[in-house]
Design a protein around this ligand. Sequence first.
Ligand SMILES: Cc1cc2nc3c(=O)[nH]c(=O)nc-3n(C[C@H](O)[C@H](O)[C@H](O)COP(=O)(O)OP(=O)(O)OC[C@H]3O[C@@H](n4cnc5c(N)ncnc54)[C@H](O)[C@@H]3O)c2cc1C
Length: 294
Amino acid sequence: MSGAPARRRALYALATSDRFEAAARRLPVAERAAWSRASRYVAGERFEDAAAVVARLRSDGIAAAVDLFGEAIDDAGRAHAAADAYVEVARRLPELGAGATLALDLSHIGLDVSTGLCRGHLERIAEAASPVRLDIGAEDHSRTDAALALAAGLARTGAAVQMTVQANLRRSVEDWHSLVAAGAAIRLVKGAYVEPPSVALRFGEETDLAYVRLAHAIHGAGAALALATHDRVLREALLQTLDGAGVEMLLGVRTDEARGLAGRGVPIRVYVPFGGGWFRYWMRRVAESQGAHR
Ligand SMILES: Cc1cc2nc3c(=O)[nH]c(=O)nc-3n(C[C@H](O)[C@H](O)[C@H](O)COP(=O)(O)OP(=O)(O)OC[C@H]3O[C@@H](n4cnc5c(N)ncnc54)[C@H](O)[C@@H]3O)c2cc1C
């Protein structure tokens, strides 16, 4: 086993550990130290913090996708509360000005409780956000079937939807068709989850090749495509040939490049998460920033 995948696995184990988060946030001094590093990737805890970041990005010609932290809720009451919080954010979207979208993960609004419950929440949020687009995240492969069905179902109702497709998942080569047929836009990512080899390609060359093939196939089918990657070589090679493709990046990552893309007239959107649950998100970004996925 090489050191990098082992390091990634270890960091991801920490990123999803309740005990680690509780221990790290118990002492105010430790929490402050964590926040001082995490704040690079996170707008803040309140909607107003996100709005300030969105305004700053807009002044650089960069659009935003705003998200409220949270994932993997497994009881109906908390899922309902999370959906209510999203509806509130959706109602405040006009405060962010034109161009901002609303991002969310389905497990945050009850996917693990039941697909039907999650669908109800999703429709409620989409209605509150309309006409603003919902950008739906892709989670680990055990949730892919349900997530795709919900995203495609929502898109078929005429709602503005962007679904995330993970290049590292072997099944993605088929999955995007139903999304595009339903009228969803596609956000193409390499994939953030450590998955078993039976379902996923290795990070590095294998995933990068799949990314290139998927980008061409999706663009060739006429779908709206966002290249959500900080991989400069991949991005620039694809932008040369895929007319109209946009780029998406994470807040705090390669910020100068995002500004440069905006200056060149490439449609660019930055993911702007906010809320109290920043710790796990930050740990994931730490894993990626170490190149631990190579
Ligand atoms: C807008 C957006 C939405 C996403 N949504 C999802 C999703 O729904 N589901 C999912 O599985 N994944 C999602 N991802 C994450 C994605 O799958 C990758 O894990 C992540 O983007 C890192 O891969 P990369 O394509 O940037 O390429 P990499 O090869 O990992 O990175 C290229 C270079 O970018 C820099 N870089 C990358 N990440 C960081 C970082 N965190 N900090 C500092 N530098 C960094 C490094 O210099 C690195 O060498 C999303 C990514 C983006 C940009």
